[in-house]
Design a protein around this ligand. Structure first.
Ligand SMILES: Nc1nc(=O)c2c([nH]1)NC[C@@H]1CN(c3ccc(C(=O)N[C@@H](CCC(=O)O)C(=O)O)cc3)CN21
Ligand SMILES: CC(C)C(=O)C(=O)O
Ligand SMILES: [Mg+2]
Length: 272
């Protein structure tokens, strides 16, 4: 079976993803923050995430914490225009779902209604279960996110692997089941031991998507600019760089700069 061509017919939905888990077919996911990247991704990916990592990659923040609902809506609108096949999921930013299930529902609704997302993702376990339930009963598909949840970076005190202790691993397993009961359609597991991710994956009926969670999750996700070798401020060991675009971009810019300075650009054919 060839992916990215004949299999591009149907729209990926919550049902498609569940079916893929049952068949043991891996789920491929990446992030996009704009229409141009989204158009490349939509040819192949099952899921496109408008991640709040846009705060770090696009806005230049140190963390994802300053990202607002308005930023998430704007970038989701940009991505929406070029997504026709993949499932379009948008991150709920910090403080948009923690205050109350009602606020969570209102903000999740905005990401669908104003942004054009088909589902939302939020971080955390039992503490957000009510918010998840409220969204799901309203018809908004919700993706969970456990492990190294970046919106809790100040509480964690660093980007270290989560759930290495027995207590934290136990808590994560319970949270995963609680979220599934609350109605999530999928769960992101970030930077946790591979054995734990495998155990959680086997314990759930819904698909898990790993990032730094080993090979046994039902799918994988990365930040697109990381795998393309464009984002250099941070290189987690779980990122595989498939190319080194940063160097290619620098070389092209250098040549342009030299051509402008020397007068080699523009040529006669490029002039009117
Ligand atoms: N470009 C980008 N890629 C990401 O994967 C990403 C973001 N941004 N922004 C939001 C979060 C932050 N993420 C991170 C950031 C760092 C590590 C990390 O593991 N860094 C170091 C460890 C540093 C330490 O121990 O203090 C590593 O070696 O992997 C993991 C996930 C994942 N997400
Ligand atoms: C890395 C993924 C899972 C994410 O949450 C993001 O891009 O914000
Ligand atoms: Mg995120």
């Amino acid at each position: 079976m060839e992916y990215g061509t004949d299999e591009r017919k149907g729209k990926v939905s919550v049902r498609t993803l569940l079916k893929m888990k049952r068949k043991g077919e891996k789920i491929s996911a990446l992030t996009a923050y704009d229409a141009l990247f989204a158009s490349f991704l939509d040819e192949l990916m099952d899921i496109i995430l408008v991640g709040d990592s846009l705060g770090m990659v696009m806005a230049g923040y140190e963390t994802t914490i300053p990202v607002t609902m308005d930023q998430m809506i704007l970038h989701t609108q940009y991505v929406r225009r070029e997504v026709h096949h993949a499932m379009l999921v948008a991150d709920m930013p910090f403080m948009s779902y923690q205050i109350s299930p009602e606020e969570a529902l209102r903000n999740a609704g905005r990401l669908l209604q104003e942004g054009g997302a088909e589902a939302v993702k939020l971080e955390g376990g039992r503490s957000v279960a009510e918010a998840v339930r409220r969204c799901v009963e309203t018809g908004i598909p919700v993706m969970g996110h456990l492990g190294l949840t970046p919106q809790s970076i100040h509480a964690f005190g660093g980007w270290q692997t989560r759930a290495k202790s027995r207590d934290e691993a136990q808590r994560l397993k319970e949270d995963a089941l609680t979220l599934q009961d609350a109605g999530i359609f999928s769960l992101v597991l970030e930077k946790v031991p591979a054995a734990l991710a495998e155990e959680v994956t086997q314990s759930l009926d819904i698909p898990t998507i790993g990032i730094g969670a080993g090979p046994k999750t039902d799918g994988q996700i990365l930040v697109t600019q990381d795998l393309l070798g464009m984002y250099e401020k941070m290189k987690p060991r779980f990122v595989r760089k498939y190319t080194e675009l940063a160097g290619i971009i620098r070389e092209a810019l250098k040549q342009y700069h030299q051509d402008v300075k020397s007068g080699a650009f523009p040529s006669e054919e490029e002039s009117f």
